[in-house]
Write a protein that binds this ligand. Structure first.
Ligand SMILES: C[S@@+](CC[C@H](N)C(=O)[O-])C[C@H]1O[C@@H](n2cnc3c(N)ncnc32)[C@H](O)[C@@H]1O
Length: 408
């Protein structure tokens, strides 16, 4: 498998990439596009199933592009994620990672997502796109969603053309819906939202967003617990990790790697509402958390105050500016925690390396950008320490990886 939706085969010296296959499958496939180095094919008929192939549970597969690995037995998915991680680190850095135990499997491979974001078509149907296309696959349920999606489907249908995407976020046993509109909500939209909250007990709140415009109806707060005794309240439309159970394991590992000493300076860049900052502050660190999202920073501050954590400060700023600002201020963190979006943070690596923290823990949901950014840190004097993966996204190729970088 690639680090993506494709199985890899070879034909006359050319690589052929085919989606919806499992390792060892023999399939008849039709080539749909050809590039210089590789071709992409569409499986037409399964001739012989590989040992790790299974029947996907989801009735929308293989058309739906949401779960690209559901046809692979779960234990094999975890094994492939480990092999891919080992291969990437080996290729990029010549490091030999042990694949055994490298990726922490999820306890639940279905119904694990505490938030799902769905597309909406012109008729108001909700779903995911087909793989590599903008065609919507309309769905009435989703096997990996931990929340029912029918209330969102009703809201999308009523809002129709005004709404491009809808997100369903678990709020305890209830849910919050976030409607992403192409224009600010009008009175009719707000009336539809209010009526849904009144008539459907499962819907605690609705947020309607259009650029900077944010209209909240009902209760749109959710509570996230990165570790026992640490609860973070934040708006449902602020970033939170999609897999709450795996997030607890990740936070525990990051805290173990961090080995936070009392009063040591910790910089948490891309801190969101404080998923790592607040656990580090509970261990006595002097934490500075930075994120561009002002509402996430406001939530982080409020949560710190509620928990009586006074050794933590949160700054709403772009990470790139922060690294420069802190260097000029001669700030010397003992540890930097970095958890950027999927695109990574290459532009930041030089500035971060100049802070000369003894250790950096880089948390990433994309191996390609992770390896690229770690390479930049290695050039500036860091070496790879421990690497730990967590399967946040069962039935897809995605994986969350925490890497410890040590200043040599
Ligand atoms: C993957 S999330 C991680 C959040 C947090 N560490 C957590 O675990 O919940 C990435 C975060 O980066 C923030 N972000 C995106 N671009 C940024 C930038 N240029 N500077 C600072 N923060 C940014 C987003 O607002 C988001 O909170």
């Amino acid at each position: 498998m690639t680090y993506g939706p494709f199985g890899v085969a070879h034909l006359n010296g050319k690589t052929v990439l085919t989606p919806n296959v499992a390792p060892g499958d023999q399939v008849e496939a039709e080539i749909t596009s050809t590039r210089r180095d590789y071709a992409v094919a569409r499986p037409v008929r399964l001739l012989r199933a590989g040992v790790d192939r299974r029947e996907p549970r989801c009735r929308y597969l293989p058309t739906c592009g949401g779960c690209d690995w559901q046809q692979i037995e779960y234990s094999a998915q975890v094994g492939i994620k480990a092999e891919l991680t080992v291969a990437e680190f080996g290729r990029a850095f010549g490091v030999e990672l042990d694949p055994i135990g490298l990726i922490e499997p999820a306890d639940a491979e279905f119904a694990y997502r505490s938030r799902v974001r769905l597309k909406i078509d012109r008729e108001g149907a909700i779903g995911y796109h087909e793989l590599g296309s903008n065609r919507l696959v309309a769905i009435a349920d989703c096997a990996v969603a931990g929340v029912p999606i029918d209330a969102a489907a009703g809201l999308a249908r009523e809002l129709r053309k005004g709404c491009d995407e809808i997100e369903i976020v678990a709020a305890g046993v209830r849910q919050v819906l976030i409607a992403y509109l192409g224009r600010p909500p009008i009175a009719r939209d707000l009336a539809i939202g209010r009526r849904l909250i009144e008539t459907d007990q499962r819907v605690a709140g609705i947020v309607m967003r259009a650029g900077a415009v944010r209209k909240v109806m009902g209760d749109a707060l959710i509570t996230v617990e990165p570790e026992v005794g640490c609860t973070i309240e934040a708006g449902a439309d602020q970033f939170s990790q999609v897999n709450a159970a795996q997030n607890k394991k990740l936070v525990a590992k990051v805290m173990a790697l961090a080995g936070v000493a009392k009063d040591s300076a910790v910089l948490d860049l891309f801190c969101g509402a404080g998923n790592f900052s607040l656990p580090a502050a509970r261990r006595g660190a002097l934490v500075t958390g930075v994120d561009t999202d002002e509402s996430a920073i406001a939530a982080a501050r409020a949560n710190a105050a509620r928990m009586g954590l006074h050794q933590v400060q949160f700054v709403a700023m772009a990470a790139a500016e922060t690294a420069q600002f802190l260097r000029r201020a001669k700030y010397r963190p003992a540890l930097v925690i970095l958890d950027p979006p999927r695109t990574g943070a290459i532009a930041l690596m030089e500035g971060i390396a100049k802070l000369a923290a003894r250790r950096i823990i880089y948390v990433s949901c994309d191996i390609a950008t992770l390896v690229r950014d770690l390479g930049a840190l290695i050039k500036r004097g860091y070496r790879i320490g421990q690497v730990a993966g967590f399967d946040f996204f069962p039935n897809t190729h995605h994986v969350e990886v925490a890497t410890e970088m040590v200043l040599t």
